[in-house]
Design a protein around this ligand. Structure first.
Ligand SMILES: NC(=O)c1ccc[n+]([C@@H]2O[C@H](COP(=O)([O-])OP(=O)(O)OC[C@H]3O[C@@H](n4cnc5c(N)ncnc54)[C@H](O)[C@@H]3O)[C@@H](O)[C@H]2O)c1
Ligand SMILES: [Zn+2]
Length: 347
């Protein structure tokens, strides 16, 4: 299956469920350079035969930095990459973010495409044209918005994905359900992680639904001046939690969504029963509730949030499931909610 999605700056083809070798038939391998990470390269080496070059960076968020950009630029020069060289990024969100940035800046821009190999990549990171690298403590400080020519989905890549990486993807899936899709939330409540790991038809439908939600938002607001901010649901507190505690992104976003919902009960009329529902849902997808939050430490990190206005931080709240809103909240208000949260989590 294939379809094209029109964003303000470009059209992107979405290609589903054909073998990777078939995608190779649609591009000129001799002019295509794969950018991947060492982990994915070692698992899928045999599929990368025939390409002009394979550039593999070390895996992990710690390598999403300027030094890696330099390393890739050197490798591209060495491979004599030129304006018509095609870049195919094969990997998780780190790879697509870095490769998208390199491709959109090397010689002022090469054509590129993405093959996401993590669930999080398939439902989130590969979609929407944002790419970039971290600088110092600032996540994604340096980057561009540039759409890939196509995004190729093949869920058989997920066969090798460790379970906690599945859960990271499900945190984003639960996010879309809370933000936009009551029916999806109910579907997720009827199943669990193992159901989707074992049922590729259900998984494919789920990925397409979530990709659809992200596409819709990016079509409306590619440059994130308005509704695209909604996708930060759970991420404002989540990023702070991730900075302070050794938790996976999915666990941190899970906690961040709980905090956002507690703020929503106070400030936007969300029914308080939803918090318990969300806690149970997170557990079904191996995103347990962790008793870790120290309000003072989190506030300190939130103060450095780059999206902060002078007095307030924009939080994404819900007035109901599927009814998100952007609400500026003062640090005092947030501090109170975090206090309540850490008390609740200790009982
Ligand atoms: N551009 C965006 O809009 C956007 C949106 C969300 C997240 N992101 C970024 O995405 C990144 C997170 O992405 P991620 O969770 O995919 O992380 P990741 O790229 O670090 O991948 C996670 C791990 O899985 C491994 N891996 C990848 N594919 C595999 C496979 N098929 N089998 C086995 N192992 C595999 C990787 O080597 C890595 O160790 C973050 O840097 C985040 O900022 C970007
Ligand atoms: Zn996220």
């Amino acid at each position: 299956m294939q379809y094209s999605v029109s964003f303000p700056t470009a059209d992107v083809r979405y290609i589903f469920d054909i073998p990777f070798t078939d995608i190779c038939g649609q591009i000129n391998l001799e002019e295509t350079i794969i950018i991947t990470d060492e982990h994915v390269a070692s698992l899928y080496e045999q599929q990368f035969a025939g390409f002009k070059r394979v550039i593999a960076i070390p895996p992990g968020e710690g390598h999403k930095n300027l030094a890696r950009l330099g390393f890739i630029a050197e490798a591209l020069l060495e491979a004599e990459a030129h304006r018509r060289t095609f870049i195919l990024a094969v990997g998780g969100g780190v790879v697509t973010d870095v490769a998208g940035f390199v491709a959109s800046t090397y010689m002022r821009g090469l054509s590129f495409a993405f093959v996401p190999t993590t669930l999080l990549g398939m439902v989130d990171a590969a979609i929407g044209g944002k790419n970039g690298v971290n600088y110092g403590l600032q996540k994604n400080l340096l980057g561009t918005i540039q759409q890939p020519e196509f995004i190729f989905y093949n869920i058989s890549f997920l066969n090798t994905l460790p379970q906690w990486e599945w859960s990271n993807g499900f945190a984003e899936i639960i996010k879309y359900a809370c933000l936009f899709d009551t029916a999806l939330l109910e579907e997720l409540e009827q199943h669990d992680l193992q159901h989707y790991i074992n049922n590729s038809a259900a998984l494919m439908a789920l990925i397409q639904k979530c990709a659809g939600w992200k596409n819709k938002i990016v079509q409306e607001d590619e440059k994130e001046t308005g509704s695209r901010k909604l996708l930060n649901f759970g991420h404002t507190a989540g990023h702070a939690i991730e900075t302070v505690y050794e938790l996976s992104h999915g666990q941190a976003v899970g906690l961040g969504m709980i905090i956002a919902c507690m703020l929503s009960v106070e400030h936007s009329g969300l029914d308080s029963s939803f918090i318990q529902r969300l806690l149970q849902l997170l557990q079904r997808y191996a995103l347990p509730f962790e008793k870790v939050v120290d309000p003072v430490q989190l506030i300190d990190v939130l103060k450095m949030d780059k999206k902060r206005n002078v007095e307030t931080i924009d939080f994404i709240l819900l007035s109901d499931i599927g009814q998100p809103l952007i609400q500026p909240l003062t640090l005092t208000t947030i501090h109170q909610a975090l206090e309540t949260f850490s008390h609740a989590s200790h009982h």
